[in-house]
Every structure is written in structure tokens, then in C-alpha cells.
Design a protein around this ligand. Sequence first.
Ligand code: SF4
Ligand code: SF4
Length: 418
Amino acid sequence: MKTASALNTYLKETGGWVAAQLEACTRCGICAEACHFYQALGNPEYAPVWKLEPLRRAYEQRFTLAGKVKLALGMEKRLTDSDLEHWSQIVYEACTVCDKCAFVCPMGIEIGPLIHKVRTGLAAAGLVPGDLAEATDKQKTIGSPLGVTDEMWRERIDWITDEWEATIPVDKAGAETLMVFTSIELMKFPDNLALIAKILNKAGENWTVSSRGREVVNFGFFEADEELTKLFMHRVFQAAEELGVKRLVISECGHAYEAFRWTAPNIMKVPEGLEIIHITELIHQYWKTGRIKIKEGAFDGETITFHDSCKIQRLGGLIKQPREILQVLAPTSFKEMTPNKEQSMCCGGGGGVISIKEADSNRYKVFEMKLEQLQDIGAQAVCMVCSNCRLQFVDSLAHFNSAVKVHSLAELVARALI
Ligand code: SF4
Ligand code: SF4
């Protein structure tokens, strides 16, 4: 039954694009060395190309002569429920869908989006790891993967407003800009809301948050369940339409940025004329146009580096914006890790991995490589623009007893405002 649901989904998902991508693969294995899970754990099953195997088998065995012959001669088996259970561990617990593997593939195969399709089949078969499924369910029923109810959200916003003397407009009709935060920021890094509010207010922005569209994270997207992915984005789009805003600003979440910016226009109706940007772009625009001023050298002194988020920098291309700002804030002590920019290594916690307890050992093993990159340049602090990455850094640095400090870019900018 599980296998039938997964196979039906794979066959439905396999159009010309998927078939062409799968046919183009030469099984050269070059992608393996690009994957941080494969590098850190050495498990051959973590090679990106192997993660595509359920999709490939479904396609070949149904649509190609070679696949049918291999089946008939017993050279290849049909997928079973236990095979799919096994692949669930591989693609949810040892893949952050960071898409670095696609960068090295000589055939230009978009491995990340294909792994997303493998997840889609597993989600249809009910084979999403328990913790991830639970968080998704909370987002569906309560409105937040961390279980933040409407009432808790209100109380939290009020508390942040008092604690940091922040001005956070709620449900302001006629606002130009709708700012949508993550539950991670709300619950784990509440100062980030206050500091972003400070920047927006300083820039004179006519903005608001929404009690209806209050969650930017999308656990349906992590699972790869299209209906839930749409539902969670629909809540935000509906809020944007009701408030009549012209711009939607995605706070610090890489996957949310991908979902709203690139996935939404392909799978659902996006309110006409709505501009969708990441908070990094907005802060950079404010600074470039003189709407905010920041103190030069405010953080010079300790060696600070920047962690590139897979979906915001590698996919989204926002590579120069944070660096231009960091060059002002720390002109002599900003240092790059290696690799960096679009070649940067994922933190290991994205794609839903950090929410799965069983993936903790994988996650820490991968982070050891990031820690080495920090140590190689003597970093005392690291800055980033994704709260999911930030959670992984904070948790993993504590796990390894490291004293490296973790900051969001918005936090540094807010603290350096003139
Ligand atoms: S690098 Fe590309 S062509 Fe080579 S095995 Fe990986 S996906 Fe296939
Ligand atoms: S998307 Fe990232 S984590 Fe997943 S297989 Fe490719 S390199 Fe590895």
C-alpha cells in the first residue's frame, strides 16, 4: 500500500523534465564528494545520486525497455515498503536539499529538486519521520510548527514590544509592507523581531505583521507535500491581500524564501503585483539608498565571518549584499571561510533535518566540518541570515563547547544604527 502510493506519485511526477534529468545521469559519482553528509559520514548511501534511486527505479521500470528487461531478468527488484522506509531515513535525515551537489554535476542535473520529488513520494506513502510529521501537523492545525497558538503569538509580540521597547504594528490595514517572521525567531531568538522592527522603523517603513499570516516557515515544503506547502503559503498571501500590502518580506528562513519566491509562482496563485523579498535585500536597499546609516567599524576587533545559507545565497544569489554591509561593520576583521559564497557548505540543519531527533548524530558530524572551517580562520563570531542555520550553529557550537558567537545580520545592523 505504501509502495503503491509512492509509485503512483513518482509516476505522476515524472514528466519530460524528470525523465530527461534521470536519463542524463551517467552514474559518474562526482556529486558524492560535494555532499556534506557523504563527506562527513562516508556512507555510500548518502551519495546524492543514490538518494534519487526510488524515483529512477519507478521511472525506468515503468517507462523504459532497459528497466523492464532488468526486472524480467531479476537484475533489479521492485521497490518494497521496507526499501521506502529505508530511503525515508536517507532523504530526510541525511539530506538538507542544499543542492550543492547540482553545482558539480557535469551533466547539469538538478539533484536537489529531484530529491524533493523523492520526498514527495515518501510523504504520499506516509513515510515522513515522526518528528517532522508532528511539526507539520502542528503547523496545519495550530498555525506554527513549534505549536505557537494565536493567543501565544499575541502574548509573545506584546512581551517583545515591552522587553525591547520595540514598535511592532499588528494587522495594520493600509501598510505597504507585510513582514512575516519564523516561529524560530519568535520563540528562540525573540530579540531578532525587536531588532528588525528597529531597522524598519528607523527607515520610516509603513509596515505591519499579521496575526493571520504569522508563520513564514513551511513544513509542508520540508516534507514535500504540495497541498500543505500551498496551504501554508496561502495563509500568508491571504493576509497580504486582506491588508492590501504591496510587498511581502520574508524574515530569516532560507526554505521559506525558496518556497515563496520560486515555488509559489509555479504551483499557486500569487497575489498580483505583490513583491516578495528577503529581509537581507530590504536592509541592503535601506542602507544603499541612505534610509538607514550604520556605524563604520562598529564590530571591528574580533574576527567575524559570514555563513552563506543554501537557499538565500546559493539559490537566491544574495551574495554581495551581506558582504557589503559586513565590510562596513568590520572592515579589517571580516574574513571569509573556505569554501564560501555559492560553493559554501550547508550548516547541516536545513531541509527539516534539525527537527528530526534521529538525525542529530548526522547533523553534529556534518557540523564538525563547519567548525573546522571556522577554526581555520580563527573566527570568534559568525553572522548569517537564516534562523534555521542560526539554530543549528547555536546548538552545535554548544555541543562542541565552542565559544564562537552567533549573530544574525539584522542584529548587527540594528546595533550599529546611527
Ligand atoms: S554527478 Fe551528475 S551525472 Fe554524475 S552521478 Fe551525480 S547526478 Fe549523475
Ligand atoms: S542536496 Fe545537499 S545534502 Fe542533499 S544530496 Fe545534495 S549535497 Fe547532499
